[in-house]
Design a protein around this ligand. Structure first.
Ligand SMILES: [Zn+2]
Length: 140
């Protein structure tokens, strides 16, 4: 039998604590599952389907829809060609959310010594016929 003034459910504090742990557990679980699936998907799909813009000597490909899902890492051929680069979406139309964050952090002075490929480095790895012909007939 309940006395007058007692509620039947959880108290407000108990509800907040329970909600916090449910949210925290769910958020952490979803985050980890998303991270693992995205990583494995990326390394599978981007070595099978997509476009190879750079001569990397491997099967890495740029895949736009994977890039959207994994915040830019789907520009995987770019990543293989210039592994030191903070920027994976090297063209203006290659959406790279991670790069936008790094660019912002650099702009406000938090990130320093951010590396991106130079035009000369890009030309050396270019998959275009002209560059390959120049390299073939005029080796460095
Ligand atoms: Zn790879």
């Amino acid at each position: 039998m309940q006395s007058q003034g007692q509620s039947k459910g959880l108290s407000q504090t108990d509800s907040l604590v329970l909600g916090f742990f449910v949210f925290k557990t769910w958020f952490q679980g979803v985050r980890i599952v998303w991270l693992y699936h995205a990583t494995f998907m990326l390394n599978s799909i981007c070595h099978i389907w997509g476009h190879q813009a750079w001569n990397t000597g491997d099967l890495s490909k740029n895949n736009w829809w994977v890039a959207l899902l994994v915040f830019g890492e789907g520009w995987h051929n770019n990543h293989h060609a210039f592994e030191y680069s903070a920027r994976h979406g090297l063209e203006w139309w290659q959406i790279d959310i991670t790069w936008y964050v790094i660019w912002f952090l650099e702009a406000i002075g938090i990130a320093t010594n951010v590396k991106v490929p130079t035009d000369v480095q890009k030309q050396k790895k270019s998959n275009s016929i002209n560059t390959q012909m120049i390299d073939k007939f005029f080796p460095k």
